[in-house]
Design a protein around this ligand. Structure first.
Ligand code: AP5
Length: 219
């Protein structure tokens, strides 16, 4: 892309590939990938007060309150590494969060929201197959992208685990919350002329090519 100054939001249902595409964009654009899910999971792992409260909601597929999330993002994007832009993955996730983000934008270039469109049966399958490294957070798909040794991360040798919220009944709850709270953001960003819609099916590399083409077309 012409300029590295980017201010991106990745949208899509759970398992659409937001984290995967954000990781690829981070390498391509050289700006931080901010995953609110990862921030919360770190808090859970540390056993902080926020982590203890968040875990109860996350394990049921429910959202952490908007004011808490806006506060977390406000603090994170104020860090010096976000000066040239950033990629938000998992935020905003509700209309109040999107409005909150607009108020935090400061002197950043206009926000572009990239929506990954993946059928719900496909995301359910992807989430059931996901394993994540406890150490470096690399993700695997048990059939499409399995680790060389079962249960062990190829990259750092860390332990692979299945997220509590990737169990069948919680996936269904997360999809309902997505449809009710997050899907309306597509209209919110479309109205602002800020939405890039991308077919999120096919390999991660194919999707990435479409994401870059969609962003180039706007530049
Ligand atoms: P979060 O961690 O944000 O989860 P999510 O949005 O449900 O998204 P996922 O991480 O499950 O999926 P993804 O779209 O990133 O896909 P991925 O690349 O991993 O949030 C978790 C919880 O935290 C929430 O439920 C909520 O409680 C709380 N929370 C977080 N942010 C919040 C906020 N702003 N407000 C309130 N609460 C908040 O890919 C999925 C799998 O598919 C992987 O195995 C991957 O390898 C595979 N895959 C990826 N791309 C492809 C492809 N093209 N083809 C095949 N497989 C693929």
């Amino acid at each position: 892309m012409g300029s590295n100054r980017s201010h991106l939001v990745l949208l899509g249902p759970p398992g659409a590939g937001k984290g995967t595409q954000a990781g690829l964009l981070r390498k391509e654009l050289g700006i931080p990938h901010i995953s609110t899910g990862d921030i919360l999971r770190d808090e859970v792992q540390r056993g902080s007060e926020l982590g203890i409260k968040a875990k109860q909601l996350m394990d049921r597929g429910q959202l952490v309150p908007d004011d808490v999330m806006v506060g977390i993002v406000r603090e994170r994007i104020a860090a010096p590494d976000c000066k040239e832009g950033f990629i938000l993955d998992g935020f905003p996730r509700s209309l109040p969060q999107a409005v909150g983000l607009e108020k935090l934008d400061g002197d950043l270039p206009p926000l572009v929201a990239v929506s990954l469109d993946v059928p719900l049966d496909e995301v359910v399958h992807r989430l059931g197959q996901r394993r994540t490294c406890r150490g470096c957070k690399t993700m695997y798909h048990l059939t499409l992208n399995p680790p060389e040794t079962e249960g062990v991360c190829d990259r750092c040798g860390g332990d692979l685990y299945q997220r509590e919220d990737d169990k069948k009944d919680v996936i269904q709850a997360r999809l309902k919350v997505y449809q009710r709270e997050t899907e309306p953001l597509l209209g919110f960003y479309r109205e602002r002329g800020a939405l890039v819609e991308v077919d999120g099916t096919g390999s991660a590399a194919e999707v990435f090519r479409r994401v870059l083409a969609g962003l180039e077309a706007r530049a």
